[in-house]
Design a protein around this ligand. Structure first.
Ligand code: UDP
Length: 414
């Protein structure tokens, strides 16, 4: 069911809603086109599916399209993604040519006639080369660019992934990043807008206990064990193997002291623009082996209620990302008042204030250490969870993000 702004009356701050309505009146009728690389899986699709109905409820004419391309194109864009987030990756001239060619084809296929076009992430970034006159273009980057290769390297024949894309970035009117660490040397204006979650979505709304229990039983989660949960696409940047390593360290310690019955749940699916998912999933399955305490759950797309139930069932939520744009899953866990233990990667640092709204932990040893602490000090977990909920409520719910976009749109179109 399509949500409306009025639905957030009791959840969002009154001044945010008032400003959203005021900006909405000014922007009524504006044609806004969002373009990304998938409608299926991953954080950007999650965000856009929450925001689109609200833009339209305000009277804007918002549309969302995804670019299309052959599997080889998505292997190339995944290579860009990996390289931009700091993994040594070769982008050959042929790969770059395919990237440009598929963007050209999409420029011909898509109707780019909007007042404002917002391009999400690097996959469709080159469409800007075909921008029609008169429209405003915004590049909205969701990924962690703080480890992208050095921007200016002299006497070096090959160009880094960022150097291949930076000329496109400079053809936009504005760029948006999720946190200041990701901003780049650019000739255009840069803005910081952290993402948000939708408290009313199927993924985040309250669920009855019986339903949570039923869903978890169907997923094979034992009802008599403490659950440590990571929900993520099977992606190396989410370090699922590192989570298994941490769990084994943790088990070795607690077995020694014989204190709790626990299990580890790694749940996730894939995104249609991520061709590495199956390979990573196989590695994860191999590493977990026949360990009955490690549950690897492959979720079909659209498993929002199942993720909601798993997060609500969890005793501890973990996010061991090596790189992270924002980490919606962290916000989802905090919103459910769960103790979250996560690495200090990218946007996680905005959400997990160490010792206040969760614990930051970098290594497998630190993770194991914090899990043991939380299980032996449940009142600390409750306090962190409650603080985490308040932190998300104040800063990372969808009306605030909507307001930030509307402010920028109002500035841009006058
Ligand atoms: N998600 C999902 N199914 C999955 C894995 C993740 O629906 O199998 C959701 C997750 O709940 C979150 C989003 O996809 O809302 C992932 O966003 P995040 O920022 O955590 O990571 P990304 O995948 O964008 O790197």
């Amino acid at each position: 069911m399509s949500r409306k702004l009025a639905d957030y009356q009791t959840i969002a701050a009154a001044e945010i809603l008032a400003e959203v309505h005021e900006l909405g009146r000014r922007l009524s009728g504006l044609k806004l086109l969002h373009l990304n690389s998938t409608k299926d899986g991953g954080g950007v699709a999650e965000l856009l599916s929450c925001l689109l109905p609200l833009f339209n409820d305000l009277g804007l004419q918002a549309d969302w399209q995804a670019i299309q391309g052959p599997p080889e194109f998505f292997r190339v864009t995944k290579a860009f993604h990996n390289a931009l987030q700091g993994r040594p990756t070769v982008i050959t001239p042929e790969m770059y040519a395919l990237y440009q060619q598929v963007n050209e084809q999409n420029a011909k296929r898509l109707d780019l006639g909007a007042d404002v076009v917002m391009i999400h992430d690097p996959q469709p970034m080159a469409l800007v080369g075909r921008r029609p006159p008169g429209s405003k273009w915004i590049w909205r980057c969701h990924i962690d660019l703080s480890h992208s290769a050095p921007r200016v390297l002299l006497n070096r024949p090959e160009r880094s992934a960022w150097e291949l894309l930076v000329d496109y970035a400079n053809q936009y009117d504005e760029a948006i990043f999720s946190l200041t660490d990701f901003a780049q040397n650019l000739l255009i204006h840069q803005h910081i807008i952290p993402p948000s979650i939708d408290p009313l979505s199927e993924k985040n709304r309250e669920l009855p206990q019986e339903l949570i229990a039923d869903i978890c039983a169907n997923l094979g989660i034992p009802d008599d064990r403490r659950v440590i949960l990571q929900v993520s696409r099977f992606d190396r940047f989410k370090d699922p193997l590192g989570v298994i390593e941490a769990y084994r360290l943790f088990k070795a310690r607690i077995n020694h002291r014989k204190r709790f019955d626990t299990c580890l749940v790694l749940a996730g699916g894939s995104a249609s623009d991520d061709p590495e998912g199956q390979e990573v999933l196989s590695e994860v399955r191999a590493r977990a082996g026949a360990d009955p305490e490690i549950h690897i759950i492959e979720l079909p797309s659209g498993s929002h209620q199942a993720i909601n139930a798993l997060q609500r069932r969890a005793d501890i939520i973990v996010q061991k990302s090596l790189r992270e744009g924002f980490g919606l899953v962290v916000a989802e866990g905090l919103w459910k008042r769960k103790p979250v233990v996560a690495t200090p990667a990218g946007g996680i640092k905005l959400q997990v204030l160490d010792g206040l709204t969760g614990f930051l932990a970098g290594s497998a040893e630190e993770l194991a250490d914090r899990w043991e602490y939380l299980l032996t000090h449940p009142q600390v977990g409750e306090r962190l969870g409650e603080n985490g909920y308040r932190h998300i409520k104040q800063h990372f719910l969808v009306p605030r993000e909507l307001r930030d976009y509307l402010r920028l749109l109002a500035d841009l179109v006058g």
